[in-house]
Design a protein around this ligand. Sequence first.
Ligand code: C2O
Ligand code: CU
Length: 536
Amino acid sequence: MTISRRQVLLIGGLGALGAGAASLPTGAVEAKSASRLSDSEMPRPFQTPFVQAPVLEPYATGTDPSDGLPVNYYRVTQKAATAQILPRLTTPILGYNGLFPGPTVSLDQGTKAVMRIRNQLPAQHALDGHGLSTSTHLHGSASLPQYDGYASDITHPGFYKDYYYPNFQQARTLWYHDHGVHFTALNAYSGLAAQYHIHDPLERQLLPQGRYDVALTISDAMFAASGALGYDDNSHSGLWGDVILVNGQPWPAMKVQKRVYRFRVLNASISRSLRPMLSTGDPLVVVGTDSGLVPIAQHVANYRHAGAERYEVLIDFRKYKTGQRIELRNLSNKNNVDYNYTNKIMAFEVTDEPVDTSDPTWNQLPTTLAGSEAMQLTSGQSVKTRRFRVKRNDTTNMWTINDDSWQDVIASGYKKVVADPAIDSVEIWEFENRSGGWFHPLHIHLVDFQIISRNGRAPFAYERGPKDVVYIGEDETVRLLMKFTPHKGVYMMHCHNLPHEDHDMMVQFRVGLAATDVDYNDPMTAAKAVWDNEKD
Ligand code: C2O
Ligand code: CU
C-alpha cells in the first residue's frame, strides 16, 4: 500500500506511519500507536473527569404566524479555537461556538427552530489548506432540502445561513455536523459536530431527564507531537485514532448515583465502529435508536455501533457498591484498526450520593416504549423494491453506490438521481455489500426507516427501532422499509464513513417531483447564505 505525501504531512511528519496504516487494508490489527505524542503527553484511560457540552440557549423566542407554533432562535458561530483534550498540550480545533463537541440543542416536539450558522472560520484548514466553506446538516431531521445541509450548498467564511428546523418528529437524538462537499471528514473530525435532542411527553414520562439524561458523543483521534490533531485516512479507507474521546475528553470517568441513567450514545467517529459493553457483563438496555424510541426495550450484552448511529441505552447502577468502577468497553468489529486502549471508552464510578426516589425514572426500566410511524410500516405497503450495491470501483478507486458518486451528481448539474419515489409512497430499498473487507454505515436523508432483514434474517435485537443509518457489514445485505414523507425535493444518501463519503460515496434521490421540477425547494438556491456584517 502506498502512503501519499499529503497523508504523511497531515499527521505531522516525524518518521514512519503507524503499523496500523501500513498493514491496511487487510483488516483489523493491533498496532502500538497512531499518535506521535511522547509517552508523557499521551493520555491514559480514566484520568479525566467526565464533562458534557453546554446546552445552547435560544437568544430569542417567538411564534410562527403561519401555524401559531413556538419558535426558538439560535445562533451558532463556527470558529477556530483551542481545546484542552490532552493533559498538558492544547489542540487547535474547529468548533460550533469554538467547542469540541459543539453545544447541545434541547427542545420539545412542536417547537420550531431557526438556527443561524455563522461561518467565522479561517479561509483555509490548517492541516491541508482546503477552503473552509461549510454546510450544516441536522442529522435525523426531516428538514426541507434547502435547510438539509446539502453538501454542495456551501456557506463561505464571512457568511451565515439561517436553517429552519421543523421539529415535528417524535422524541429522538439528532446531531448537527458539517457536510461541506469533499471535506466533511476533516471538518467533522476537527470538531464540527454536536448533539440535538427533541423531547416529547411520552419520552419525558418513561426515561430519565435532566442530569440523568446524558449525552455521550464518542469519537477517536490521533495527535501530532505538538498536540494538534493528526489526520491519516489510509488512502480514503478510513481514519482510526488511538485515543477515544467522550464529549471531547479522553476515556473520562463519570461519577454516578445508584439509580438508572439514560445515555444518548452517538458515535461521531468519522470511520471507527464500536461494540460497547459493560465490564460487569450486565446488560445495556436499548430504548432508542437513531430516529426515536424503540417499540420494545432490548437488553443486550453488547451491540455494533457505526459512525452516525445513535443508540439510547439505560444502565442500571442500583446494585453496584459505592466506590465500584464499571467500565464501558469496546469489543470493536471487523476492519477497524485497534490500538492499546481503543478497547475502552469511559468509566463510571459509583458514589453514595443520595438518590431522589421521588423521581419515578430512578428505578424504571420500561419494556414497552413507543410506536413510530416507521416501525408500523409493513412490507405489503411497499410499491417498489430498489437494489443498490455499495463498493469501491476497482478502476478509479472511488467509493460508489451502484457505481455512482457525487462527482456524477456534480457533472449532471445536480440533476442526476438514483431513485425517484412518489411523495408519501412506501418502498423497500436493498443494499448489498459484497466486499469482505469493508463495512459501510449507510445514511438516507429525510426518512426514518425500519430494517426488515439482514442477510435474509431478522435484524439484530438492538436495531429493531426507527433508524436513519444502517450498518452494512462485510458480505451483508440489508433490506429497509420506508415512507417518503413529508417533503418533496432532492435528498442525499451516502456512506457515513466520512472519508468514503468525501471520495465519493454519495448520491441523491428525488421525492415527489418530476425531473423537470427540480427548482422546487432547490437545495442550493431556495435559501442562500448571506454576508455577515457582525464580526467576533
Ligand atoms: Cu450525518 Cu448526510 O449525514
Ligand atoms: Cu463506506
